[in-house]
Design a protein around this ligand. Structure first.
Ligand SMILES: Cc1cc2nc3c(=O)[nH]c(=O)nc-3n(C[C@H](O)[C@H](O)[C@H](O)COP(=O)(O)OP(=O)(O)OC[C@H]3O[C@@H](n4cnc5c(N)ncnc54)[C@H](O)[C@@H]3O)c2cc1C
Length: 395
């Protein structure tokens, strides 16, 4: 089989690895428009569920990814100069550069051809392939060309965000909220290697224009953001990389393949960055498609089964992502609460119930549910399973 993966992000590279493992005689090529070692963004987080999927799919790359990740256990809210901490099971952080480097090395070791500086905007450029995988990210040109056949819908989030780094190595997964004269601004931060952290800065459009970010470039914006977060970052600089201010775009597709062209990762779906799942879902897409191709000999059947299975699997994370994005878009609803209440509701932001009842009532019900098993069952029935374990609070 001749396979063309368009896009050398996590989805394209991982799918190439899995297909080469499945059948060493297949010809697998990854086409990436950027030169080697160039990518957008800083680090990403993931949890044990992904580690388990990766270990089952390819233990070699799983071991390399784990060895190059940092573990965090606590989550912290930094607000009004105070920390509220919660210890839980935690997760992992890894730099995107490092992740792509590891996946590329593994792909090449298995015999995948990785071609850089090659922009594939039209399937006719890869017409020799039996299967073309559009793993070209949320702005996918291959998807755009056939948007009506995929029934693509894209909605744009209200808040502004910029994906930054910092030389401050955060030892907790950190939410830092700052009130400015123009409104609230915050970052979601975590270490992704021994020297650097990721800081995704987010704010409502009113804060963004009120602070003048609409009238300056990203470099100047970083200079203005540093003093706002100097306290929590202990005067460490913020790092820009190739980032710019954006509004998050949620991509959905009703159909995931058209002939031998199939969507994967962000090209097929995006989930808001505040649930930190896009990379995991992209890698799981790759696993699902390679398994479906192994199970079904007919390409059409394999692609249909893959699309259907993944659309079902995505229902829960997409619902959680919608609720989480809305939580941050309606932050004024929560910021008047006490620190512990606010932090608990921040950690409960995936629940569809939270937006529907007064925050304080939700908080009280939650605390009561911790003590009364019948209420815990009711809460599970109303909202998504409560994944958080509230083991310890401290100042
Ligand atoms: C601020 C932010 C924070 C995030 N944090 C997390 C997190 O903590 N955890 C997590 O799991 N996910 C996170 N994500 C999501 C994650 O980054 C994406 O879901 C993931 O990168 C998707 O992988 P992908 O391979 O589908 O697409 P991408 O990573 O976007 O890769 C697509 C590749 O295709 C290439 N390409 C594009 N067009 C062409 C073309 N025409 N020809 C050839 N190549 C092309 C691009 O250069 C790119 O290399 C975050 C996203 C954002 C925006």
């Amino acid at each position: 089989m001749r396979i063309a993966c368009v896009g050398g992000g996590p989805a394209g590279l991982y799918f190439a690895i899995l297909m080469k493992r499945r059948d060493a005689t297949s010809e697998v090529t990854v086409y990436e428009r950027n030169p080697p070692k160039r990518t957008q963004g800083w680090g990403v987080v993931y949890w044990n569920d992904l580690v388990e999927s990766l270990q089952a799919a390819d233990s070699t790359s799983a071991a390399a990814i784990c060895a190059n990740s940092v573990k965090w256990t606590d989550q912290g809210l930094h607000l009004r100069g105070r920390w509220t901490l919660h210890s839980g099971r935690g997760g992992y952080g890894i730099g995107r550069h490092r992740l792509l480097e590891l996946l590329t090395a593994r792909a090449i070791e298995l015999g995948v051809r990785v071609v850089y500086d090659t922009d594939i905007c039209d399937v006719r450029q890869v017409c020799h392939a039996d299967l073309v995988v559009a793993a070209d990210g949320s702005g996918s040109a291959l998807r755009r060309n056939a948007a009506d056949r995929f029934s693509t819908s894209i909605s744009t989030g209200r808040n502004k965000y910029i994906w930054l780094g910092s030389t401050k190595v955060l030892d907790t997964f950190t939410f830092a909220l700052v009130r400015t004269p123009a409104g609230w601004i915050w970052f979601h931060g975590y270490a992704h290697d021994g020297e650097t952290s990721t800081c995704v800065v987010e704010c409502p459009p009113e804060t963004w224009s009120g602070l003048g970010f609409d009238r300056c470039d990203a470099r100047q914006a970083v200079d203005m953001l540093e003093p706002l977060f100097a306290d929590v970052l202990e005067d460490h600089p913020l790092l820009l990389g190739e980032s710019s201010w954006l509004n998050f775009r949620t991509v959905r597709n009703e159909h995931w393949h058209d002939g031998n062209l199939v969507l994967m990762g962000d090209a097929a779906h995006t989930t808001h960055f505040t649930i930190g799942s896009g990379t995991k879902l992209a890698l799981q897409d790759a696993i699902a498609l390679s398994e479906s191709l192994g199970e079904h000999h007919d390409l059409e059947t394999a692609l249909s089964a893959y699309g259907q299975g993944r659309r079902e699997a995505l229902r829960q994370p997409q619902s959680e992502a919608r609720c989480s994005a809305a939580w941050f878009e309606n932050i004024e609803r929560y910021v008047g609460l006490g620190d512990i209440q606010l932090f608990l509701l921040l950690r409960e932001r995936r629940s569809p119930l939270l937006a529907r009842i007064p925050p304080l009532l939700y908080y009280r019900l939650h605390m009561l549910a911790e003590k009364v098993p019948a209420l815990r069952r009711l809460r599970r029935w109303i909202g998504p399973p409560a994944r958080a374990v509230y083991s310890r609070w401290r100042y």
